[in-house]
Design a protein around this ligand. Structure first.
Ligand code: SF4
Ligand code: SF4
Length: 150
């Protein structure tokens, strides 16, 4: 087969590819409800991430705003990036309780090991996805609102 024939058949195949792509465009033009592309940021107020999305780490709190963390440190040990520091303290009864829970968002890879490791279900990955910031100091977060548990 000479060069011009090859080019001829190549162009025919390319035109089929174009028609295939164009048919998808036409299909969604007439069925707009089937479009899965999100119109971000126009839909910012209503946009919900899918359930398995991992945003940033947060503590699970009960109705009194208390977390379940016992400061065991398992999550800190399981984190491959050293993104967690659990700083325990003691309550008035001398029992070890959570002092500060420090989380570094800038080194976290959202692997979820810490959440899987926690024996008390005290932490979870939330649905936040707008995590960019100009100030690096904003990436070091104290996750617990109160120091210690009752
Ligand atoms: S999600 Fe992974 S990287 Fe992020 S804090 Fe947990 S264990 Fe560390
Ligand atoms: S979050 Fe869970 S694993 Fe981490 S210190 Fe608290 S209780 Fe332990």
């Amino acid at each position: 087969m000479d060069h011009s024939m090859k080019q001829y058949f190549k162009r025919i195949i390319q035109s089929f590819s174009f028609l295939k792509g164009f048919s998808v465009t036409v299909k969604y033009f007439f069925q707009p409800k089937r479009i899965v592309t999100e119109q971000y940021p126009e839909n910012k107020a209503t946009l919900k991430m899918y359930p398995r999305f991992r945003g940033r780490l947060e503590m699970v709190e009960d109705e009194n705003g208390e977390n379940r963390c016992t400061a065991c440190g398992m999550c800190e040990k399981s984190c491959p990036n050293g993104s967690i520091n659990v700083l325990p303290t003691k309550n008035i009864a001398g029992k070890k309780v959570l002092g500060k829970y420090i989380y570094r968002l800038d080194t976290c890879t959202q692997c979820g090991f810490c959440v899987e490791t926690c024996p008390f279900g005290a932490i979870r990955m939330n649905q936040d996805f707008e995590l960019a910031d100009f100030d690096r100091s904003h990436f070091e977060l104290k996750l617990n609102q109160k120091e210690g548990r009752a």
